[in-house]
Design a protein around this ligand. Structure first.
Ligand SMILES: Nc1ncnc2c1ncn2[C@@H]1O[C@H](COP(=O)(O)OP(=O)(O)O)[C@@H](O)[C@H]1O
Ligand SMILES: [Mg+2]
Length: 232
């Protein structure tokens, strides 16, 4: 039996707006196991980022149940929740959010400071992951001295450095030109497979979506599995 990393049941998220309540998520359920990968597509404004924030425990659902690694994260106090998130969830956003004054290697090590890990072994892991994504010669560069694709590769390594069981990505290749996007997607998928993470990727990039094990579309607050693509 594959181990379930994320189990979301009937998630509802409403926002209060001037014209009344906006029900952005209307009963979304999703289970993701270790080593599994899921794409979420859907029109702009359909609630993809809202869903990813809830699955990442950055926002609370109005209704519904979320379990991550058999824990209801919203039962935790603020401090324990922050620690839980730091240990178990890696995030990759469209913007890299690297610290401009820190080198590539230092940026990758930021999450390990919070987790209070044994500095030496994390440093080894960070450098070996940076080499894996082709940045062995760029570890001491500042973000401004890297290309867009290189910066996003640093952000991916940073997301994985603490060995999270769950990785959430919101348009991870959205700011990159198509060729660079392909290269970054290749490395991202390869690393997530090797690490056997449960991966959820929100993307407009249909090539990237097609490379996930399962593909869902979010529309009208509902999440529906896309029919399998006919093989040519
Ligand atoms: N904090 C918020 N307060 C009010 N409305 C919000 C908030 N966050 C998102 N929304 C609304 O929810 C809808 C979905 O937004 P979002 O999740 O960002 O969509 P997507 O990522 O699919 O483009 C939008 O109509 C947006 O305006
Ligand atoms: Mg979005």
């Amino acid at each position: 039996m594959p181990s379930i990393v994320l189990d979301a049941q009937a998630i509802v998220r409403e926002f209060a707006g001037p014209a009344g309540t906006l029900r952005v998520l209307d009963g979304v359920s999703l289970e993701v196991a270790a080593g599994d990968s899921v794409a979420v597509t859907g029109p702009s404004g359909s609630g993809k980022s809202t869903l990813l924030h809830i699955l990442g425990t950055l926002d609370r659902p109005t209704e519904g149940k979320l379990r991550i690694l058999d824990q209801d994260p919203f039962e935790l106090g603020q401090r324990d929740l922050a620690r839980f998130r730091n240990r178990h969830i890696g995030f990759v956003f469209q913007e890299h959010y690297l610290l401009p004054q820190c080198t590539a290697l230092e940026n990758v090590l930021v999450p390990t400071i919070v987790s209070g890990g044994q500095g030496g072994s994390f440093r080894e892991r960070a450098t070996s992951l940076l080499r894996r994504v082709g940045l062995g010669e760029r570890m001491d560069h500042l973000p401004a001295e890297l290309s867009g694709g290189e910066r996003q590769r640093v952000a991916i390594v940073r997301a994985l450095v603490n060995r999270p069981e769950l990785v959430l990505a919101d348009e991870p290749t959205g700011n990159l030109d198509p060729d660079t996007a392909d290269d970054v997607a290749d490395l991202f998928i390869e690393l997530c497979r090797d690490e056997r993470v449960a991966l959820i990727v929100v993307t407009h990039n249909l090539d990237l979506a097609a490379r996930m094990n399962r593909c869902f579309r979010l529309q009208g607050g509902k999440l529906n599995e896309c029919p399998p693509q006919p093989t040519a």
